[in-house]
Ligand binder design. Structure first.
Ligand SMILES: *[C@@H]1O[C@H](CO)[C@@H](O)[C@H](O)[C@H]1NC(C)=O
Ligand SMILES: *[C@@H]1O[C@H](CO)[C@@H](O)[C@H](O)[C@H]1NC(C)=O
Ligand SMILES: *[C@@H]1O[C@H](CO)[C@@H](O)[C@H](O)[C@H]1NC(C)=O
Ligand SMILES: *[C@@H]1O[C@H](CO)[C@@H](O)[C@H](O)[C@H]1NC(C)=O
Ligand SMILES: *[C@@H]1O[C@H](CO)[C@@H](O)[C@H](O)[C@H]1NC(C)=O
Ligand SMILES: *[C@@H]1O[C@H](CO)[C@@H](O)[C@H](O)[C@H]1NC(C)=O
Ligand SMILES: *[C@@H]1O[C@H](CO)[C@@H](O)[C@H](O)[C@H]1NC(C)=O
Length: 884
């Protein structure tokens, strides 16, 4: 039955990969082709903290044991450097605790925050004893009076954490102890005592912090609402019952004016509330449940703020990343109006989280102080009633989820792991505002995408880093129009657009890049920000990719075509470089489209290889790119290269060239007769008449970042080469029926072989399982099938786990509590899944446990595996009932 589960899982992958939305970057820029500015110093690593100065020309970089000041206009220019190493004593303490001297017990600078124009606040892990200090910008020196950095910076350099400085107060989310087991969200203020979270799993449960930032509401709200600091993290869920640890992405917030409670929640947040962030593909029941980074795109009004997050699934092998966007007013609504969740005790020790339906105390628990509360003489959190405070202490989790704009991801990318995100709002020439999303991957590549009405378009992928390593930090500066990426080995600066690299108007327009437009006067693709304002009107930009807006170019003259002369019988290689991954290549000869006859082969990046050139192959060859612009609803064809092929004819008559061809023919024929496995293409005609009915369009392989490999060669060679063709080369004017039979035979043989191997595999597996050679899950199946039937449900559910998760003791209890899985219940579950992306709790009264009885669904009454698979509907998110 493990196969059933496997089948479901594979089915899911197949479904997601075949039906899921897919986006291919239109253009791929390789690192070596771009002239990017880079900074690194020998012996210094982990350039993972970046801070852009708003006023000065400075990019501050926190690395391992060093802080740099670089020019933000050109990061290769280093203006200042200060070293911050670990003293011997601290190093000894660290190594005594079993940490490595070369790696962990160093000082990783992880916090760089602006205090004022004169100084920065800097923290480092400092050999697992985090310390903070002030950095004087005038002489770029540390004050030398380190403060305790606990709770501000992580102990462990590899542990995730986040900080943000708001009005001189440092907000952070990190671990408070050496082991990293005590998570805390806190505020360090020069004016007030430390404020922090309760140490409780209902507040924070093994969180992995990714981002925090402030959203200013106070200045444009009449109701006196406070500014808020939002935290984003992934934590282990408490509200879902699952075999292993089910991760949940969260947004939490605290109010800036919070001072803690008077008696209850003294020096603790009175405004800490958290909710689930949903990023899922409802139509496929696929959930992205790990958030890696968040960017808050702030508008002039807080209501225009959009939160962008990058997500992957906990089951990373699916290879999908998603970007979800959240409307700030929706987030605000969840926090200000959402229902609370409540811990209810089921049986003795087991607890369950259910919706709280009772009366909530007033003022609303977790709310910030506003004008209404001030009128009621509650001018600060210190005046909040104990009832409200006690309630929020016990109910920090909201039931209502934060749903993404459009109820699904803005962008889904396959075979990439996004690690970082930044977003810039660009006003295009059509006066519309577009959000341009830059996502960094774990392979050093950045994707640049634009969200259009009909869907997302990945404009380009940029190989920012020389080596395939994760982008640790990504920043964007509208002022320098640059992206800054920090990684373990270097800091890289890249322009936000590569308009100048589009050689033609068609390319410039088809790129659909809001930054770029074609300037007909200079015949160049330019960045619209660079263009003088009086020129803007003349620029050509069509963000739906309508290249018909381009001025018609006079066709290339045949006499400009490149001449290629080869000896008879040798082969000719005609290169053609297609910049767009969305374009298809079409080769024309003498004006008609070439079919893939035996002697024409696509090579390298869409070049054409003609084997054994015969006199009738002479003539014009043209390489066309056909690009489909979905938003414009049109195909755009462009001539990319033109050649005139001629034979270097010896004095003898040309029909004497047959010798080579004949030998080739005989070899191929032998091969065909020998094993029947040659991939032979039946020929309609070798003479390529000018009017072909069937056209074969050669499709270039879609390129993703992983395929950013150098092309075969950029130098163009016309050296005649002797190629042995892999297929029959002899002219066959009439169709050979044997050829078709052979082909048919081939596929049947293959299918048969495949089936045979599969059956053999099954037999081997069954035998090994029966002989107890295989590990535990199999043995449990075996026990279930052969052993006694009374305790059958236990091994079965374990078998369903299929070795993917570990079952814990409490999970077993959960299993027996699953409600009866009749049809309507499962449909309900499915529907719930579709709604929010997660299985939701059934509605329950205040503190009462769900009312369905567990007594009557004894395991023996159930079909085997029924319960087990059903309850895994999150893991195998689209688990089809039929499989179970
Ligand atoms: C950046 O600075 C380096 C070193 O001064 C210089 O060689 C390079 O040309 C500069 N690059 C740009 C784009 O200004
Ligand atoms: C620091 O950089 C080194 C060298 O690239 C890398 O091996 C190590 O994992 C990095 N450490 C952290 C904590 O990022
Ligand atoms: C957010 O939601 C509000 C209210 O539903 C709506 O007016 C606003 O346009 C939305 N903003 C975005 C960016 O979707
Ligand atoms: C607030 O305090 C003032 C003065 O202490 C008092 O007169 C008023 O009645 C109070 N209002 C409320 C709603 O408690
Ligand atoms: C994404 O990350 C996961 C886990 O780190 C890894 O197993 C997987 O190979 C990565 N996928 C890609 C396409 O890089
Ligand atoms: C192209 O045209 C020339 C002259 O009209 C002819 O000799 C040649 O065979 C043609 N080539 C092909 C490949 O059709
Ligand atoms: C566009 O071109 C593609 C490939 O060349 C072709 O399959 C498709 O039918 C064309 N569409 C239109 C509307 O011409």
């Amino acid at each position: 039955m493990g196969f059933g589960v496997l089948g479901v899982f594979l089915g899911l992958l197949l479904e997601v990969s075949t039906h899921g939305p897919q986006a291919v970057p239109r253009t791929s820029w390789r690192h070596q082709d771009l002239d990017l500015m880079e900074f690194s110093e020998p012996g210094i690593f982990n350039y993972s903290t970046l801070l852009l100065s708003e006023k000065q020309d400075a990019l501050y970089v926190g690395a391992r044991e060093a802080i740099f000041e670089l020019s933000k206009k050109n990061v290769t220019v280093r203006n200042n450097k200060v070293q911050w190493t670990v003293a011997d004593k601290a190093m000894r303490m660290c190594t005594l605790k079993g940490k490595s001297k070369e790696r962990e017990c160093l000082n990783y600078i992880r916090v760089l925050q602006v205090v004022d124009d004169e100084q920065l606040y800097v923290c480092g892990t400092h050999a697992f004893q985090p310390q903070c200090d002030y950095l004087n910008l005038a002489d770029f020196s540390l004050k030398g009076q380190p403060e305790d950095g606990r709770g501000k910076c992580s102990f462990d350099p590899s542990q995730s954490f986040t900080t943000v400085m708001v009005d001189g107060e440092l907000y952070s989310g990190t671990a408070y102890n050496f082991l990293g087991s005590e998570p805390i969200i806190s505020r360090y203020s020069p004016y007030q005592p430390l404020l922090r979270t309760e140490y409780s799993t209902s507040w924070l449960n093994e969180p992995s912090f990714v981002f925090a930032d402030v959203v200013r509401e106070r200045r444009n709200r009449a109701d006196g609402e406070d500014d808020k600091i939002y935290y984003f993290f992934t934590e282990v869920s408490v509200e879902y019952e699952f075999f292993g640890k089910l991760l949940i992405p969260r947004v939490a917030r605290v109010c800036k004016g919070d001072l803690g409670g008077q008696r209850t929640l003294q020096k603790k947040w009175t405004s800490f509330l958290k909710a689930k962030l949903v990023c899922s593909m409802p139509e496929l029941n696929f959930v992205f449940n790990v958030v890696h980074d968040v960017f808050i795109l702030k508008g002039t009004d807080w209501r225009d703020t959009v939160i962008y997050g990058v997500f992957t699934s906990q089951w990373g092998n699916v290879g999908l990343s998603a970007v979800c966007a959240y409307n700030m007013t929706v987030v605000e609504d969840v926090f200000s109006k959402g229902k609370y969740m409540q811990k209810a005790t089921v049986e003795q020790s087991h607890t369950k989280w259910v919706r709280y339906n009772g009366i909530t105390p007033s003022p609303r628990p977790g709310a910030c102080i506003n004008n209404l509360m001030r009128q009621q003489n509650m001018s600060s959190s210190l005046h909040l009633p104990d009832k409200t405070l006690q309630f929020v202490k016990d109910h920090p989790l909201l039931e209502d989820p934060v749903l993404p704009i459009g109820n699904g991801p803005r962008l889904i990318a396959k075979d990439v792991n996004y690690t970082q995100i930044v977003v810039e709002r660009v006003t295009a020439l059509d006066r519309n505002i577009y959000d341009v999303i830059f996502t960094g991957t774990d392979k050093g590549v950045v994707h640049k995408s634009v969200v259009f009405e009909e869907g997302v378009h990945i404009v380009e992928e940029i190989q920012l880093l020389k080596t395939s390593e994760p982008i640790k930090t990504l920043l964007l500066s509208s002022e320098t129009r640059s992206l800054y990426a920090g990684s373990d080995s270097s800091v890289v600066q890249s322009p936000t657009a590569f308009c100048g690299r589009y050689p033609s108007c068609d390319d410039c327009v088809l790129a659909r890049d809001p930054y770029c437009a074609w300037d007909p006067h200079t015949a160049a693709c330019v960045n619209i920000v660079d263009a003088p304002s009086q020129r803007l009107r003349g620029l050509i930009q069509s963000l739906n990719g309508d290249a018909d807006k381009c001025p018609s170019v006079s066709g290339r003259l045949v006499r400009d075509y490149q001449r290629v002369t080869v000896k008879p019988g040798s082969s000719a290689e005609l290169p053609c470089l297609v910049q767009s991954n969305l374009a298809q290549v079409m080769w024309k000869s003498n004006g008609s489209v070439l079919t893939e006859a035996s002697r024409f082969h696509l090579i390298g990046e869409n070049g054409l290889l003609i084997y054994s050139v015969a006199p009738e192959d002479q003539g014009q060859y043209e390489c066309w790119s056909v690009e489909w612009a979905p938003a414009a609803g049109k195909n755009f064809s462009r001539l990319l290269a033109g050649y005139v092929l001629s034979l270097d004819l010896p004095p003898r008559p040309p029909h004497q060239t047959g010798h080579v061809t004949t030998t080739q023919e005989s070899t191929s024929t032998h091969a065909a007769e020998g094993n029947g496995m040659t991939d032979r293409v039946p020929l309609t005609s070798d003479h390529a008449p000018p009017s072909f009915t069937a056209t074969v369009i050669f499709t270039p392989p879609p390129q993703t970042d992983s395929s950013l490999t150098p092309p075969s060669s950029s130098t163009i060679k016309f050296q005649p080469k002797q190629h042995l063709p892999p297929s029959v080369n002899a002219p066959r004017p009439d169709k050979d029926p044997a050829a078709e039979y052979l082909q048919h035979n081939n596929s049947t043989a293959l299918l048969f072989l495949f089936l045979l191997f599969f059956l053999l595999f099954l037999a081997a597996l069954a035998y090994n399982c029966y002989m107890q050679y295989l590990p535990a899950p199999c043995l449990r199946v075996r026990a279930a099938l052969l052993g006694n039937h009374k305790s059958a449900h236990q091994p079965e559910y374990r078998a369903c786990e299929g070795g993917l998760m570990e079952a814990s003791a409490t999970d077993k209890i959960n299993m027996t509590e699953q409600p009866t899985q009749n049809g309507s219940q499962s449909t309900q579950n499915l529907r719930a899944l579709r709604d929010t992306g997660y299985e939701t709790e059934p509605e329950c009264g205040n503190g009462r446990i769900p009312s369905h009885s567990f007594g009557d669904d004894s395991p023996s009454q159930q079909k085997p595996f029924d319960v087990d698979c059903e309850s895994q509907s999150i893991q195998f998110a689209d688990a089809d009932e039929n499989y179970c």
